[in-house]
Design a protein. Structure first.
Length: 245
């Protein structure tokens, strides 16, 4: 983590890093306290505070900008995976209550934190609500980052953090762009045909030789099937890598 190293634009917003996207932003009475943990008896005393500010969660970092910056405290930033032992002592979540979020972060050299402090305690307090959305965003991106880091360590493969599912091709798409039909599409088509009125024998014979146009909408279960296929490809990659070792 570091203090006062976040780049800002002329409007006071953050300047994202390369390939960084903002996932969450909350501007209200969110207070921040950054201090030496009480259990570190021999570490130098250190504390910065802000009564209100803006919190960002990006694909890489958690960022806090105080509403009234000072020379000592203009910004806070730390990689998502650098937060340890995060928790909320506030109890059951409520959309409009004030909730606290506490964790530990490790300062980096040159991050405007005095030397001799191995870690700092961070406390965010959401006085105007908004904590459930913050917690969900943080938990989701941290799980994705940890998963991508584990895969990269085991296989050397880089996993996109926000890779979308393959888009379904609607009717009228060019044949060159259309891919092969999935088993899910076939099953969905069969279920739809069974629900319709059964045609006569002559109609059935004629329809069997008539090509069916592609459906206008994605069949039920399409996204689930694609997600499962992506997971199976990832598992196969891991198995192949393990066999080569």
């Amino acid at each position: 983590m570091s203090l006062n190293w976040v780049m800002l634009d002329r409007d006071g917003g953050i300047v994202p890093l390369s390939k960084e996207r903002i996932l969450y932003k909350q501007q209200s009475r969110i207070s921040l306290t950054l201090s030496t943990p009480t259990e570190l008896k021999n570490a130098p005393a250190f504390c910065v505070k802000s009564d209100a500010g803006t919190v960002y969660i990006t694909t890489f970092r958690v960022i806090y900008l105080p509403a009234r910056p000072t020379e000592q405290f203009k910004s806070f930033a730390a990689p998502v995976l650098d937060f340890k032992d995060t928790h909320s002592p506030s109890g059951v979540l409520d959309l409009f209550s004030a909730y606290s979020w506490i964790g530990l972060v490790q300062p980096v050299p040159g991050g405007n934190v005095p030397p001799g402090i191995p870690r700092l305690e961070i406390k965010l307090k959401f006085n105007d609500g908004g904590f459930p959305a913050f917690l969900q965003s943080f938990t989701t991106i941290k799980e994705r980052l940890q998963h991508a880091q584990d895969i990269r360590a085991e296989t050397g493969q880089n996993i996109p953090l926000d890779e979308p599912l393959p888009q379904y091709e609607p009717a009228g798409a060019s044949a060159s762009a259309a891919g092969p039909s999935t088993s899910t599409e076939t099953a969905a088509t069969q279920r739809q045909q069974q629900q319709e009125q059964q045609p006569s024998v002559a109609q059935t014979s004629e329809a069997s030789h008539t090509p069916q146009p592609p459906p206008d909408e994605a069949p039920p279960g399409y996204e689930e099937a694609q997600a499962q296929a992506i997971g199976e490809r990832m598992e196969q990659t891991l198995r192949d890598e393990a066999e080569r070792q």
